[in-house]
Design a protein. Structure first.
Length: 169
């Protein structure tokens, strides 16, 4: 199936790309195909920043990124996807995640199991900023994440909306 991303796998002109930001505002975008193409592309060796946000990226796509060995971006934004705990378990100890200084996983579906994966020894050794807002992580694990990552952890939960008052007629 041609998703339109296959040229990324073999294009020589992409060797000079330092930052690749792919963000969708649509309802569905092929995040898994995009990550598969990035993983297969040996020409993105100098990538320092990668964004694959709002692309319905899920376990399969993140597992493709975990296999990337030719590039080690310092900034990785995977926010607003449907990344779950299985994907994070494969990703956090991968070579591509080892050099990440900034990792944005906010607005995904990590839950407590995904949070536990972030606590595994050796996970994200170079991290300076870890964004995890809106992932359904319990307060007990948030506490453990704070103990592990300290000020690097950014975890802002949405404030509940105030009920609107109905006007009397």
């Amino acid at each position: 199936m041609n998703t339109g991303w296959q040229p990324l796998e073999r294009a020589k002109a992409f060797g000079q790309i330092r930052e690749l930001h792919l963000t969708s505002t649509g309802v569905f975008q092929p995040g898994n195909f995009i990550c598969s193409s990035i993983a297969a592309s040996k020409v993105l060796r100098d990538l320092s920043a990668l964004t694959v946000a709002r692309h319905s990226l899920e376990t399969g796509g993140l597992k493709h990124l975990a296999k990337v060995t030719h590039s080690q971006p310092h900034t990785i934004d995977l926010s607003h996807n449907i990344v779950g705990p299985q994907a994070i378990e494969a990703f956090v100890t991968a070579k591509v995640a080892a050099r990440a200084r900034v990792l944005d996983l906010s607005f995904n579906k990590l839950g407590d199991r995904g949070a536990k994966a972030l606590l595994v020894k050796g996970a994200l050794p170079a991290i300076e900023e870890l964004r995890l807002s809106e992932n359904g992580i319990s307060p007990a694990l948030v506490e453990q994440l704070h103990a592990r990552y300290g000020d690097a952890l950014v975890l802002e939960e949405a404030k509940p909306k105030k009920p609107t008052k109905k006007r009397a007629r």
